[in-house]
Design a protein around this ligand. Structure first.
Ligand code: NDP
Length: 239
């Protein structure tokens, strides 16, 4: 039996593609997101799915420990759950800012907190955080989203240095626009239609599978090799 892979945000988009890719490679998987049904519909072999809010440390820990009791220690945690609520800085609701900070930052820290100590203790393991190009540079109407993703880059790199001597890898994967339902949660309809129009100029975003292929590529390097960061986007995406 191959090693356990835990994937957050596995009910949709990039996370679902990552889950399928690791199942195809023969890994047992734990799928985490709030909506159980889409994860069950993936119908993956050797897989557990739990309805969990990634901001809830106790719920994330319970789910991971349950999977580890069946499949052994987590060898890879992919923190993919995220929300992008674009909005104008002067008018966006505070609640939307808070949701992005909670899910995109705290939601990365919960799973990390559960698995990192064990990885250091057994001198092996990998955490891959799905950030964004918006974690490397800023875009209009993306202020708090960019802030949350800059934080993912910073936390990943700082923790990577700290645990590198323990043979544990932390990796950031930062895609440009990807074809998923991510944009659909933005409540400002004008921003959504402008974004959709811009996407047409680059002939659509990346396929989620392209990001999943980067995740499996980085993970499948020998444990002695850490691909620290991958930034990818459609060739026609200029910014
Ligand atoms: P989707 O909207 O398709 O997927 C988002 C996933 O996050 C869903 O599985 C959703 O599950 C989960 N999620 C959201 N909130 C929570 C929560 N509180 N607790 C648990 N799970 C949650 O978008 P993508 O696949 O595109 O997004 C995946 C990641 O990729 C995000 O971090 C995003 O920022 C990043 N990204 C996406 C890009 C794009 O253009 N699409 C570009 C760059 C980065 P559920 O609703 O069932 O809880």
């Amino acid at each position: 039996m191959k090693k356990l892979i835990v994937i957050t945000g596995a009910s949709s988009g990039i996370g679902a593609a990552i889950a399928k890719s690791f199942a195809d490679l023969g890994h047992p998987t734990l799928l985490l997101a709030r909506r159980l049904e889409p994860m069950l519909e993936l119908n993956l072999p050797n897989s557990l799915a739990e309805s969990v809010d990634v901001t809830d440390l106790a719920a994330v820990e319970t789910a991971i420990r349950k999977a580890e009791a069946t499949y052994g220690p987590t060898d890879l945690l992919v923190n993919c759950a995220g929300v992008m609520l674009l909005g104008h800085a002067a008018t966006q609701s505070f609640a939307e800012w808070q949701t992005m900070l909670d899910v995109n930052i705290k939601g990365v820290l919960t799973g990390t907190h559960v698995v990192l100590g064990d990885m250091v203790a057994r001198q092996g393991g990998t955490i891959i955080n799905i950030s964004s190009i918006a974690g490397r540079k800023t875009f209009d109407q993306h202020g708090v989203y960019c802030g949350s993703k800059f934080a993912v880059h910073a936390i990943t790199e700082a923790m990577r240095k700290e645990v590198s001597a323990s043979n544990v890898r932390l990796i950031t994967i930062a895609p440009g626009v990807v074809e998923t339902p991510l944009l659909s949660h933005t409540t400002d309809t004008e921003i959504v239609s402008d974004y959709e129009a811009w996407k047409e100029t680059i002939e659509a975003g990346l396929e989620p599978q392209t990001v999943a292929d980067c995740v499996t590529f980085a993970y499948n390097q020998p444990q002695s090799v850490c691909i620290r960061e991958i930034v990818l986007a459609k060739t026609k995406q200029a910014d």
